[in-house]
Design a protein around this ligand. Structure first.
Ligand SMILES: [Zn+2]
Length: 300
């Protein structure tokens, strides 16, 4: 294992390129007495194929997105697991496309995940549920369903080490991502409340912050991450002081910087905005002024 890796008992954090900045990520490698598991094998695991290929008995996914499954083909003999709700994304490319749900971008996304992330279907993959545990001999991986980013997104608690793998609750300055067909804002908010109370000693996110080993720092970063949701909603409300169409809101960019050009940006902006609009309509804080435009009510 490389010097940069962090070790906690049976758990090694395979720290990714640029501390796991997308498209890379931080993966976990767990060596029990009776078996070895890798969690979310990233492009940085692919780069270490000479050292790691074929050495895991289990591949366990926090969820199924291109950057989290890039290293799955290194372990053809391993049993591969994801939460039942995300399983179709492992079993075939059609399933992965359903998870994204970006209309009109199907061909571009298929090419993107196969060419840049080495995607290969695993029709033999298995599903797990909340509360399931994988015993590896002296250490185990316990599943805590934490949906919102995707329907099946789960955090994984490794015991007795007390390492909590957060997946894409990535504590980044971007904030929570809930822009896919498989995403849900309200679920993500419930997950952010629940994950705060999980007993752990070390927290590992797939991207950016990597390893955190004290609770105060974790809670501070979690609160800052969660606050991005309210900041987006406030910015949207401000923008709706004038009546606006969805096209105008997408063009304004509430998530991505104006210079970003990935093909899926508009779809993600729209799905994110729509979830906030639905909530603001329900709460009576905005109204539809005609067929296509929304407007803020009052100054709440
Ligand atoms: Zn993800």
């Amino acid at each position: 294992m490389q010097a940069i890796d962090r070790r906690f008992g049976a758990v090694t954090v395979l720290v990714g390129d640029k501390n796991g900045k997308y498209p890379h990520g931080n993966s976990l490698w767990i060596e029990g007495r009776e078996g070895t598991a890798v969690i979310d094998p990233s492009l940085s695991v692919v780069a270490r194929r000479d050292e790691l290929a074929g050495r895991a008995d289990l591949v366990i996914q926090s969820h199924v997105h291109e950057d989290h499954v890039a290293g799955v083909p290194l372990f053809p003999a391993a049993k591969v697991y994801a939460h039942r709700a995300d399983l179709i994304g492992l079993q075939g490319l059609d399933g992965l496309m359903a998870i994204y749900g970006y209309e009109g971008l199907d061909a571009a996304m298929r090419d993107f995940v196969v060419q840049q992330f080495h995607y290969r279907a695993r029709p033999d993959a298995h599903g797990f549920d909340d509360g399931d545990a994988f015993a590896l001999g002296g250490t185990q991986v316990r599943v805590i369903h934490a949906p919102g980013h995707t329907r099946g997104h789960s955090v994984l608690l490794i015991e007795p080490e007390g390492v909590l793998f957060l997946g894409d609750i990535d504590l980044s300055s971007f904030g929570p991502y809930y822009g896919d067909a498989w995403s849900d804002l309200a679920d993500f908010e419930a997950t952010l409340r629940a994950v705060r109370d999980v007993e752990a000693r070390v927290w590992v996110s797939f991207h950016h912050v990597g390893v955190i080993d004290d609770r105060d720092t974790f809670v501070e970063k979690l609160d800052r991450f969660a606050a991005r949701i309210a900041a987006r909603e406030a910015a949207l409300l401000e923008f709706l002081t004038e009546p606006r169409t969805m096209a105008e809101m997408v063009c304004h960019r509430f998530l991505y910087p104006a210079h970003a050009t990935m093909p899926f940006l508009d779809a993600v902006e729209e799905r994110t905005i729509q979830q906030h609009l639905d909530r603001l309509l329900r709460e009576g804080r905005i109204e539809r002024c005609d067929e296509v435009r929304y407007r803020r009510l009052g100054r709440s």
